[in-house]
Design a protein around this ligand. Structure first.
Ligand code: CLF
Ligand code: SF4
Length: 297
């Protein structure tokens, strides 16, 4: 049901599988991998997964041009009737590839205006694009926020690329955090629903995420999705974060419970691939490879 949500918010979430727990049983999302570049480095990144932006073994997603992506969206929409949402979430950062991301949205909204547009970003360049996001009727934006304390950030982010130069260490994370929170405030002021994704990294930001939760809640975030860091089983390490492990299911749940309050916690995230297609937890990306979509014409 609608719960306590105001009607205009309910309208936006009722058929979005990530923003509504109930909706994910009935509605599907697809991602198109149009955004290869990134403007920051996360220690846990491997560019195979996005929105969740996680490190785990998998198949590399196919990169698409905006034109190919728009064609794929139409092909999927005609064979997957539950498909309500198009997400651009990687494999790099969508807003580090603004031409490709917005061109894709433009093409899709011209040919399939009923499909909701969704965006996931690390937030570094978000404040520069808020007007365009609003103009394109993007109602759902996810920002991955792993810290509000730059000292902790320095352990997660070795560098960012901002204003034509590279920043490192605490300075990099200070800038990143300011930009993320500013972007969040600008979006919520415009009535755009913001979900915050946080990767729980035991020993690095696990205790700190309660503070992150308060900070994003007070700035109007709609939903908080705390996801487990997944370490590569073969190596027991996560790229730049050697020696670290992902949290246990109990540790994750305890943190989610500690944050549960006026703001909802998302607990049904399936840590999607950059070219995911289908209901959450269902992977139909192979049915819609470039080759197969081309053959559908
Ligand atoms: Fe995609 Fe992300 Fe939009 Fe959903 S995924 S861009 S908000 S349409 Fe969803 Fe996947 Fe979890 Fe992301 S289950 S990884 S939260
Ligand atoms: Fe990787 Fe995403 Fe981090 Fe960029 S923002 S380095 S794509 S996890």
């Amino acid at each position: 049901g609608q719960g306590d949500l105001p009607p205009e918010v309910w309208e936006k979430v009722k058929n979005h599988p990530c923003y509504s727990e109930q909706a994910h049983h009935h509605f599907a999302r697809m991602h198109v991998a149009v955004a290869p570049a990134c403007n920051i480095q996360c220690n846990y990144c491997n560019r195979k997964y996005d929105c969740a932006n996680e490190s785990r073994p998998g198949v590399v997603s196919e990169k698409l041009t905006p034109e190919q992506a728009a064609k794929k969206v139409l092909a999927v929409a005609s064979s997957v009737p539950q498909m309500t949402v198009l997400g651009v979430a990687g494999p790099g950062d969508p807003l580090a590839n603004p031409q490709k991301t917005f061109k894709t949205f433009e093409l899709v909204s011209a040919t399939a205006p009923d499909i909701k547009l969704c965006l996931s970003t690390n937030g570094l360049s978000l404040p520069d694009h808020v007007d365009r996001i609003q103009a394109m009727n993007v109602d759902h934006v996810t920002i991955t926020i792993n810290m509000i304390d730059p000292e902790i950030g320095a352990k997660i982010y070795p560098w960012i690329f901002y204003n034509h130069r590279r920043y490192e260490g605490v300075e990099a994370s200070r800038i990143l955090s300011e930009r993320q929170l500013l972007g969040l405030e600008m979006l919520t002021a415009r009535g755009i629903l913001v979900k915050v994704n946080s990767v729980m990294i035991p020993g690095v930001n696990d205790k700190h995420l309660v503070e992150v939760n308060k900070a994003v809640k007070s700035r109007g975030a709609f939903l908080h999705n705390i996801m487990p860091l997944i370490s590569e089983p073969e190596h027991g390490t996560v790229y730049g974060l050697s020696g670290l492990r992902g949290p246990s299911a109990q540790e994750l749940k305890a943190l989610q419970d500690a944050c549960e309050g006026e703001m909802n916690m998302m607990r049904h995230c399936r840590q999607c691939r950059a070219d995911a297609v289908g209901l959450l937890g269902e992977d139909r990306s192979d049915e819609f490879s470039n080759e197969k979509v081309a053959a559908m014409e």
